[in-house]
Design a protein around this ligand. Structure first.
Ligand code: GLN
Length: 319
């Protein structure tokens, strides 16, 4: 952030710095510039955004001023705020994020919230097929329920589910070793490394693939994914921030549904009878994904809207 000579009195206070940073970010085309400046200041102060607003008159020491300016300059280059700060809150859990992973979105919190409700409902119902006596541990009368996640990225879905459903075990695949390293740190940070198994694997080879591929295995109660679902031709038109994110996590091929098709085709081999497939999908993909699921042997297919009223979550139950 350029420092004007003869800055007005109060310019080195929290409020003054935030106001100038907001104007600077706005001039660089950053959306919600004021909120971004406040979040950066909150991070520098180690407080929340409210305190930043309430404490506008507080002077900021030079070390913190320097850090604030460095982060604001970084954000002005249109790097996502979560990359600038190195973390992002997801379902109330602070997740490490960086350029190797997609930054968690609020829509994905809705996916996890929905999954959590359905896991709780499954916990209340006995399994269709009783578990073999040797596996009777964990839940009353059954083996621990298991979730399979495809394309875990930062691990936010896997870690949040493991935190929110303590009797569940999660196996999470990703093709990117760098993403898996981030996910492993997030699992450790939140104390669920023992219940989140991270495996390297290519979504397009997991189920039908040739050669030596780690297979997910069978008998999962839930397969969940936030797959890449943006049609390739739309990628160049995405906001500069989104284009900083891994293409692998965004690009769903010509119609955006390449990964969805692979998951719908493969998931039945990994699901228990009555198991669920839940995916985050694009805002205009509801009808197409519904027919893919119905054509792929899934029943009770639902497409749920996100908070903005767009198609966002597809759910199917293996008949
Ligand atoms: N919601 C993301 C976007 O901003 C896409 C995420 C994805 O492809 N899974 O476009």
């Amino acid at each position: 952030m350029p420092r004007g000579r003869g800055a007005p009195a109060g310019a080195e206070t929290v409020g003054g710095l935030v106001a100038r940073a907001a104007a600077f970010l706005r001039s660089r085309g950053v959306g919600e510039a004021a909120a971004n400046a406040e979040f950066i200041m909150a991070d520098v102060l180690g407080t929340g955004r409210c305190e930043v607003r309430l404490d506008g008159g507080r002077p900021l020491g030079s070390a913190r001023r320097l850090r604030f300016r460095r982060l604001v300059r970084d954000r002005a280059r249109r790097r996502p705020l979560a990359y600038v700060l190195g973390h992002q809150d997801f379902m109330g859990f602070r997740m490490e994020v960086g350029p190797a992973v997609l930054t968690p979105r609020p829509e994905t919190e809705e996916l996890v919230g929905e999954a959590r409700r359905r896991l709780a409902a499954m916990d209340r119902r006995p399994r269709r097929r009783p578990a073999s006596p040797s596996r009777r541990r964990g839940l009353a009368g059954g083996a621990p329920r298991r979730v399979l996640e495809i394309g875990t990225g930062s691990g936010c879905i896997a870690v949040a589910l493991a935190k929110l459903a303590a009797a569940w075990k999660v196996t999470a695949f990703d093709i990117s070793a760098r993403a898996l390293a981030v996910a492993a740190r997030n699992a450790r940070r939140h104390g669920v490394a023992g219940r989140v198994r991270l495996v390297k694997g290519d979504l397009f080879r997991l189920w039908g693939g040739r050669g030596r591929v780690r297979r997910p295995g069978r008998g999962f109660d839930l397969v969940i994914s936030n797959p890449p679902y943006v049609p390739s031709r739309r990628i160049p038109r995405l906001a500069a921030e989104v284009r900083c994110e891994p293409r692998l996590a965004l690009d769903g091929g010509e119609d955006g549904l390449d990964a969805v098709r692979a998951i719908v085709a493969g998931a039945p081999a990994s699901l228990a009878a009555g198991g669920l497939l839940m995916m985050e999908i694009g805002h205009d993909q509801g009808a197409a994904v519904k027919s893919l699921l119905e054509g792929g042997g899934f029943g009770s297919v639902e497409v749920l809207k996100d908070m903005q009223g767009f198609d966002r979550i597809a759910v199917g139950k293996l008949a």
